[in-house]
Design a protein around this ligand. Structure first.
Ligand code: ADP
Length: 353
């Protein structure tokens, strides 16, 4: 007779490729059932945007099928996002992870990445918030097709909702068309308000579009927002890479974990399938190597990105088969994997202490 213990023993040999531990140690297996020669169980991933879900499933299937007498293995893949264990709980915010998307300069595609990462995570089943904190150009509402907030309830701000993502923008806090002139204390108040007065509900991920640059505004923001980590978007050109390098340095000085570097507008995908290298691909990867941080991927130039942004329809949803959408999904999975690894490392640290 096949026993549960035999199934557990088999799955103890299956390694989660990113966390480098076996599925049993990671407590990722639940509800094991043995019905004659058929085995049923659940694998609980640390993110619904797990890039290696198929590999984990097939490794687990293979391991259990190798038990003598097993004829069929049926696995339900599910996910439960782990928290980074940071101090957001102090603000009574049930937000498991907060991820900042930053850039050295404006116009490199930071907001585009933030929007597409948020909607991709939501499409995969995560509970996602998107906070537009770009005081110089809060354009996330346009990119998400949102033109205002719902009415507050009991004095609490209700985020707009679009494509399954809860969204809040610093642009909603001033009258339309008014220039935003932010000084330190105002920004401080606005950030407290975003965290304390907005009814986010429970979130697996809060994605934050930071203002570009490495000045006081960014500093003030990051000191007020306990972050799981930050990713930097850069163009392949040297000047942009230098700015991105400064951004990475800022994260390091503020002890914000660096999730990695994203190179946007890397190349132009030609209709015949070839790639036209406009600005010199590879700089983002080289920067990541030099700074010893992960490289999260290259995103090609595609006019559909701008069209999607201007019309409030993110390209990763409207053109999922395009190369640019696939690149954005891959970047999202890399970010989610980095966040999972950090949450896991944090949980281990807490377990050790
Ligand atoms: P940032 O937030 O860094 O200022 P945005 O995300 O607003 O940059 O992007 C600037 C402009 O470039 C927008 O019009 C956007 O649609 C466009 N854009 C961004 N990434 C791409 C891309 N990969 N291909 C084509 N256009 C892009």
């Amino acid at each position: 007779m096949i026993t549960k213990e035999a199934v557990i023993a088999a799955l103890s040999g299956v390694i989660e490729p990113e966390l480098h531990k076996d599925l049993i140690t990671l407590k990722m297996v639940e509800d094991i059932e043995v019905k004659g020669s058929e085995i049923f169980f659940k694998i609980i991933l640390t993110t619904p945007a797990c890039p290696l879900v198929e590999k984990i499933k097939s490794d687990a299937t293979k391991a259990v099928k190798a038990i003598e007498g097993v004829t069929a293995v049926s696995i339900v893949m599910d996910s439960r996002v782990a928290s980074d264990g940071q101090a957001r709980e102090m603000l009574k915010l049930p937000i498991k992870n907060a991820v900042a998307i930053a850039s050295g300069k404006g116009g490199v595609g930071k907001s585009t990445v933030a929007v597409n990462v948020a909607v991709t995570l939501a499409t995969k089943g995560a509970r996602v918030g998107l906070l537009d904190a770009d005081i110089y150009g809060p354009n996330i509402p346009t990119m998400m097709g949102v033109d205002g907030l719902p009415a507050p309830i009991n004095g609490r701000l209700i985020p707009a909702e679009s494509y399954g993502v809860k969204m809040m923008s610093i642009g909603f806090m001033v009258a339309p068309g008014q220039p935003l002139i932010w000084r330190g204390p105002m920004l401080h108040t606005a950030i407290r308000q975003f965290l304390a007065d907005v009814e986010w509900g429970e979130l697996d991920y809060l994605i934050i579009d930071l203002p570009p640059g490495t000045g006081d505004a960014q500093l003030s923001l990051m000191q007020n927002l306990p972050l799981s980590g930050g990713a930097i978007v850069t163009l392949p050109q040297l000047v942009s890479l230098e700015d991105a390098g400064r951004g990475l340095q800022m994260f390091k000085e503020l002890k914000v974990p660096v999730l990695g570097v994203i190179e946007n507008m890397s190349y132009l995908a030609m209709p015949d399938g070839t790639k036209m290298d406009l600005f010199g691909t590879g700089g983002g990867q080289a920067l990541a190597e030099k700074m010893d941080v992960p490289f999260l991927g290259c995103i090609p130039i595609d006019p559909e990105v701008r069209i999607g942004g201007d019309s409030g329809k993110p390209v990763s949803l409207t053109k999922p088969e395009s190369e640019v959408a696939k690149a954005l999904v891959s970047v999202t999975e890399r970010i989610a994997a980095q966040v999972s690894m950090m949450a896991f490392a944090q949980a281990q640290k807490e377990g050790d202490s």
